[in-house]
Design a protein around this ligand. Sequence first.
Ligand SMILES: Cc1cc2nc3c(=O)[nH]c(=O)nc-3n(C[C@H](O)[C@H](O)[C@H](O)COP(=O)(O)OP(=O)(O)OC[C@H]3O[C@@H](n4cnc5c(N)ncnc54)[C@H](O)[C@@H]3O)c2cc1C
Length: 503
Amino acid sequence: VQAILIGGDIVNHNDSCSDTSRGRALDQSINHSREIYDRLVQIVGHKGVVTDPQRIEAMTTAWRDGWPSEPAFVVQPASTAEVQSLVSLCVSSGLSIVSQGGNTGMAGGALPRAGQRDLLLSMSRMNKIRAIDLDDDMIVADAGCILDQVREAAAEVGRLFPLSLGAQGSCTIGGNVATNAGGIHVLRYGQMRELVAGLEVVLADGRLWNGLRRLRKDNSGYDLKHLFIGSEGTLGIVTAAVLKLSAIPTQSVTTIVAVREPAHALAWLRRLRRRFAVQLTACELIEQICVSITLRRMPDLSFPILNKFPWYVLSEISTFNPSEDVETAVAEEFSEALVADEVADGATASSLKQAKNLWRLRESIADAHRMEGVSFKHDISVPISMVPKFISLTMQRLSERMPGIRSFSFGHLGDGNVHFNPLQAADEPAEKWRGRLAEVNRITHDTAIELGGSISAEHGIGQLRRSELLHYKGGLDLELMTRVKTALDPGNLLNPGKVLYEK
Ligand SMILES: Cc1cc2nc3c(=O)[nH]c(=O)nc-3n(C[C@H](O)[C@H](O)[C@H](O)COP(=O)(O)OP(=O)(O)OC[C@H]3O[C@@H](n4cnc5c(N)ncnc54)[C@H](O)[C@@H]3O)c2cc1C
């Protein structure tokens, strides 16, 4: 007997129903679901339909925040043609489609809704590197390829795919495209939008848009790929991508400095940019509490600065000249900054192991923060010049309303992107704090917008920030976004209730 999924419950095909109308309705529903199940199996084979509750639970549990999630069916197609057939089936059966890659997204975009007819379409079996061309300097990858897999494939031929983020061992290229992922190297290489040359996308009517071009220049009309990048599965299903490669630096120097306030962190960034220009490949701001909590949670990590300071700046300078003395140049900048009272302490990693330890620490902050329990997270961006003001003004406004509130903030200083995560006052009960989410969001997002910023820098909208998007976008922005959605997905088949509207 095959098991089929209805609203998340596995129903046995042999279950009998009573004669009541409720029973008949259930009968019809079961028959309809069984019919769909059989057609799904015809398209993707038994291997491609997931019924194991444990696997389904893993695919419907968010990395961090909880959202109720109950897919009607879960499928794992193995080819673009199968994705097209699935879309056609969903159109004719009234199912919606939620695309999923590694399920590492921070905004709940990859989770099917509860109690709706959402088909969870996991791209994990579409995981082949299709081609690497060194003259074009591009790699073509299926959407289900894990980011690390693409980085390793590039490294094997002596090239770099520069997208780098904490979830790179599990997130996928399709998810990276769909969220326009950022990470630590954006200030040098850009977000995913800058790294994508072409896309292959299955549209909401089942047709294939083949935009898998390897062009560096193409001004032949609207650049359609950009509609799909950052669209969080609401405009099309990305099945493959052409990605731009770069040279691997021959030398990378990792430095951490301690500063007393974010304004001094900005001064340090200014120095590094002036001295090293495009050689500056990462510049991260980290609040002291992030370091202490991460070290407590991950005891195998260490930190080179023994005295405690309120903030730290972790940076990486990469060069193509192995004999260039970057360390001395950094030390010169550090001495000048020390005299100017802009930095308080600092250390440069003297081995690859030490550098890796520092970057692991940075990339483990989100995980450590998650383990700490109830806290609110924001992913705002402001002009880089406004980062210090954003932090101080938001904390001041929050403290006036919620005395004792603490901040647990870190982020990509070089991109003006702050992961601003307030923690409750030490004596505030968790329940009371939970009830303050809307108020904290409003103050934080109002401040970001007031300073010319955005409520989402790199994690997207998903379901987490949908009401905030509707609150802030308004007017013509929202109208144009809705028109694009309606043009590409008039039946709202793709990821309803994420980013924009539910029905
Ligand atoms: C520890 C940690 C650190 C992180 N650090 C960063 C960071 O520094 N920068 C950053 O930008 N993000 C970061 N993230 C967030 C996350 O890793 C990225 O958003 C990533 O790009 C999501 O990829 P995924 O394959 O897991 O996508 P999923 O979570 O599966 O999906 C995310 C969204 O993309 C859609 N989607 C997925 N695949 C497809 C597809 N093939 N076609 C169409 N739509 C699709 C989904 O429907 C959903 O809306 C981090 C996450 C974690 C857990």
